[in-house]
Design a protein around this ligand. Structure first.
Ligand code: HOZ
Length: 428
C-alpha cells in the first residue's frame, strides 16, 4: 500500500536529514513511513502509491479553501509569466498591506516576510528594540517558529520529539526567555514581579495549535492585556495559525482582544511561503529603514507569494460566510467524534474553536502543556495509523491541531467519523 513512499523515504534519508525538510513530517513519533505526496485537490491528498486521503492537515493550516484552489492557482500562473522575483517594490505589496489592514484589527503598518518563524523572530526583535528591554514571556508548549529565543519549552515538533534543550542555542539567548504554563495567570504575575521593568514582550498563541488545540480560559487573555498595559510590555499575538482562519480578523476579532503586534503565516500566503508582522504605527516605525531595528529579506514581498496571498485573502474577505460554514463542519465533526468516542468508553477530550480541533486521549481537561503531555499519546499513535489505513490523513502527532478546509463535504466528515468508530474498535 505504501511501497513507493517507502522507497522514496529510503532514498530521501541518504541526502536529507531524517528524509524530511521539517521534522514532524517524518512520522517518527507515530512510527511508520511518511507519505510522499504527489498531488492534492480540494479536500483530498494523493500519495506516490496513488492512495487517496481526506486531509485534516491542510499543509498545517494554509489550505483553508482546499488544495489547488483555482483562483489562487490561476493568479500564480499569470503572475509567474512576468518573472518570479524582482527584489524591488511592487504595487502588489501595497495592495497586500492595505488588504491585511482592512481585515485584521490593530494593524496600522505591516511588513511582509517569508515564513511564520521570520515573522515571530522579527516581532520579538522589534518589541525589544522599541522598549529597550531584553526579556520576554512565552508559554510552555506554545511554538513561535524555530528562532533561537523561542526554542525553550516549545510545542509542536519539540514536544513531539520530547526535545528539552536544543544544542546550538546558547544560554545567553535562552536566559532572556521566561516561561510559564498556558492559562496560568498567577505565574505570569509572578514572572512580571520578579523581572520588574525588564520584560519587553509577552508572546502567545491566542488559541494554541502546537500542543493540539488548546483554548484560553475565560478572562486569561484580557488579564494579560491589562498586565501589558500596566507594565509597558508589548503584547504579541502569534496568529500564524489563527490569522484569517478563526475569522477575517483572526483571534483578535474572534475573541475581541487587541494585541500590540501580530504575526501571521500560513493562510496569509495561500500555500506560498509568506509571513507578516504588523501592529501599532508607533512600534512599527522603529523598523529599518525608518528606525534602526534591522529586518530584511531578498524574497520578502515576492510577487508570486503576494498574488497567492492576495487572492486567498480577497476570497475570504468577499465571502465571510466561509467562516460559518467551516465552523459548522467542524462542530459536526466534533459531535460525530463525541458520539463514537463516548460509545467506545475510552477517556478523551476534544478541544475546538472555529476550524481548529484536536483529540487527546485523556481523562482530564487539556488546558496547558502538562495536561496535553500526560494524555495517552501511545493510543493516539495507534489511532493515527488506524485512521491512515482508512484514508484519513491526520497530523502525525497529538501535539498538533487539525485544520479543516472548506472543500471538505459532509460526506467526507461522515467517512471520518465512521473511520474513527472502526479504528477505535480495532485499537482498544
Ligand atoms: N511546525 C509545523 C506544525 N506546527 C510543521 C510544519 C511541517 O512540518 O510542515
Amino acid at each position: 500500500m505504501y511501497e513507493k513512499s517507502k522507497a522514496l523515504f529510503e532514498r530521501a534519508q541518504k541526502s536529507i536529514p531524517g528524509g524530511v525538510n521539517s521534522p514532524v513530517r517524518a512520522f517518527k513519533s507515530v512510527g511508520g513511513t511518511p507519505l510522499f505526496i504527489q498531488k492534492a485537490k480540494g479536500a483530498y491528498l494523493y500519495d506516490a502509491d496513488g492512495n487517496q486521503y481526506i486531509d485534516y492537515i491542510a499543509s498545517w493550516g494554509p489550505m483553508i479553501l482546499g488544495h489547488a484552489y483555482e483562483p489562487v492557482i490561476k493568479a500564480i500562473q499569470e503572475k509567474a509569466l512576468l518573472s518570479t522575483s524582482y527584489g524591488a517594490p511592487t504595487e502588489l505589496e501595497i495592495e497586500m498591506a492595505e488588504l491585511i489592514r482592512s481585515m485584521a484589527p490593530n494593524i496600522d503598518m505591516v511588513r511582509m516576510v517569508s515564513s511564520g518563524t521570520e515573522a515571530c523572530m522579527s516581532a520579538l526583535r522589534l518589541a525589544r528594540g522599541y522598549t529597550g528591554k531584553n526579556k520576554f514571556i512565552k508559554f510552555e508548549g506554545c511554538y513561535h517558529g524555530h528562532a533561537d529565543a523561542f526554542l525553550v519549552k516549545a510545542g509542536s515538533g519539540m514536544a513531539t520529539f520530547n526535545i528539552q534543550t536544543v544544542p546550538g542555542v546558547t544560554g545567553g539567548v535562552s536566559n532572556d526567555t521566561l516561561t510559564c504554563a498556558y492559562n496560568d495567570l498567577d505565574a505570569v504575575e509572578r514572572l512580571v514581579a520578579e523581572n520588574k521593568n525588564e520584560i519587553a514582550a509577552i508572546i502567545i498563541e491566542p488559541v494554541v495549535g502546537n500542543m493540539g488545540c488548546i483554548l484560553p480560559k475565560a478572562g486569561f487573555l484580557e488579564a494579560l492585556r491589562k498586565i501589558c498595559d500596566r507594565e509597558s510590555i508589548v503584547f504579541i499575538f502569534d496568529e500564524v495559525m489563527t490569522g484569517f482562519r478563526l475569522a477575517p480578523g483572526g483571534a483578535q476579532e474572534r475573541l475581541s482582544i487587541n494585541a500590540d503586534l501580530v504575526t501571521f503565516g500560513k493562510v496569509i500566503g495561500g500555500g506560498m511561503p509568506v509571513g507578516a508582522f504588523g501592529g501599532k504605527k508607533e512600534i512599527m516605525e522603529n523598523i529599518a529603514p525608518l528606525g534602526n531595528v534591522y529586518q530584511a529579506g531578498t524574497l520578502s514581498g515576492n510577487p508570486i507569494a503576494m498574488i497567492a496571498g492576495l487572492t486567498m485573502l480577497t476570497e475570504l474577505k468577499s465571502n465571510p460566510n466561509i467562516y460559518a460554514e467551516l465552523e459548522q463542519k467542524t462542530i459536526y465533526l466534533k459531535e460525530g467524534l463525541d458520539k463514537v468516542l463516548k460509545a467506545s468508553g475510552t477517556p478523551y477530550v476534544i478541544n475546538q474553536l472555529g476550524s481548529m480541533i484536536s483529540l487527546h486521549f485523556s481523562d482530564h481537561a487539556v488546558t496547558d502543556f502538562d495536561t496535553a503531555a500526560s494524555a495517552n499519546n501511545d493510543l493516539f499513535k495507534k489511532y493515527f495509523h488506524a485512521m491512515l489505513k482508512r484514508g484519513i490523513y491526520l497530523p502525525p502527532s497529538a501535539f498538533e491541531s487539525w485544520f479543516l478546509n472548506n472543500a471538505l463535504s459532509y460526506e467526507d466528515i461522515d467517512k471520518t467519523i465512521l473511520a474513527t468508530e472502526e479504528s477505535l474498535k480495532e485499537i482498544l
